[in-house]
Design a protein around this ligand. Structure first.
Ligand code: GFB
Length: 316
């Protein structure tokens, strides 16, 4: 009797697409520390939207495992300002990477989606089977549709070609290496930046977006890297797996935490002309827990570390 090869053998060479991003950089650090050879290419070396260049690279590099962490991502304002870019860039990257990986006979692949793929008013905590059961949040519908296409694409390769490819759906992520631009970033680095600038400029007031009532779940990128590796080692089913910490907080509570970490003692003003987005996005992480994964970084510690990282890197 023959047995299937291990899902992630210790000798596996892993190509991390998007190794300079928030997840890709954490995953590259983690896999390297675990003894894997990690293959990377910068955007200048390889444009993943280009199918021929991507296929040629994969044919030469022949990775055993591929993690698709390259994506056009951004916060609520970036998504609603540049919907075409979020739809097209993500679809193009997914098409060329998945087709190229198949042509290069890549046996194991992890595709990363996002919790915004679920319906805007999904029952909380959101289970994986809520996918495609209701309308999406309009501010990120193009991005969500591209990611939903990616999940279906991965499932289709499994079904039609027997590929051992899987998808993970992370909650809102944060950590070192994130985008801290106040207009285009996600909320956590955006708030760190706004409060830091207020303290540095001696301002008594910080203006934040929306009402402060939406709730979000935050996971540190180092925990995300551990979760990805756990999935690559043990999971081989068509359904995506939610990745989160199982707890959420209101944006106003997050603002209070960031104010404390940055030493801001002034007033917070809520600009309700800016969008709130989805009211709540808490993932059901039962499936991931069954694989033995538990997050290790508490939010307050993670926010402090991320702020420290940014202070050290903001000028470079
Ligand atoms: O992180 P965020 O941009 O993304 O915003 P989403 C979360 C919440 O924080 C929203 C509020 O209710 C914002 O109105 N917020 C308050 C702020 N102040 C700020 C600020 O200064 N900057 C930002 N960015 N938000 C994104 C999706 O949705 O989440 C993406 O658009 C993706 O597609 C990503 O799924 C994970 O959680 O609302």
């Amino acid at each position: 009797m023959t047995t299937a090869p291990a899902l992630l053998p210790p000798s596996a060479r892993v190509y991390v697409a998007g190794h300079r991003g928030l997840v890709g950089s954490a995953l590259t650090r983690y896999l390297t520390a675990e003894g894997h050879e990690v293959i990377t290419r910068t955007r200048a070396e390889l444009d993943l939207r280009d199918p021929e260049a991507t296929a040629a690279f994969l044919r030469d590099a022949r990775p055993d495992v591929l993690v698709l962490a390259a994506a056009k991502v951004g916060g609520i304002m970036a998504n609603s300002t540049w919907p075409v870019d979020f739809l097209e860039d993500n679809l193009r990257v997914q098409l060329s990477v998945l087709a190229g990986a198949h042509a290069a006979d890549v046996d194991r692949l992890l595709f990363l989606g996002s919790s915004c793929i679920y319906p805007k008013h999904a029952e909380q905590p959101i289970r994986e089977d809520a996918l495609l059961t209701g309308p999406l949040e309009p501010t990120n519908e193009p991005y969500a549709l591209a990611k939903i296409a990616g999940i279906s694409h991965v499932r289709s390769y499994r079904h039609q070609y027997g590929r051992r490819w899987i998808s993970a759906m992370p909650t809102n992520l944060y950590g070192p290496g994130d985008n801290f631009d106040p207009e285009t970033s996600h909320v956590l680095p955006g708030l760190l930046r706004r409060f830091h600038d207020a303290v540095a400029g001696g301002s008594e007031e910080v203006v934040l977006w929306g009402s402060g009532t939406p709730r979000r779940e935050f996971l540190h990128s180092d925990d995300m890297a551990r979760a990805c590796t756990a999935l690559l080692r043990a999971y081989d089913e068509p359904d995506p797996v939610n990745v989160g910490c199982g707890e959420d907080i209101a944006i106003a509570e997050l603002a209070a935490l960031v104010a404390e970490v940055t030493g801001f003692g002034g007033r917070i003003v809520w600009d309700t002309s800016r969008p709130d987005g989805t009211p709540r996005k808490l993932l059901d992480v039962g499936r991931l827990r069954k694989l033995g994964f538990e997050p290790a970084v508490a939010l307050a510690d993670g926010v402090r570390d991320t702020y420290r990282w940014w202070l050290e890197h903001k000028d470079s």
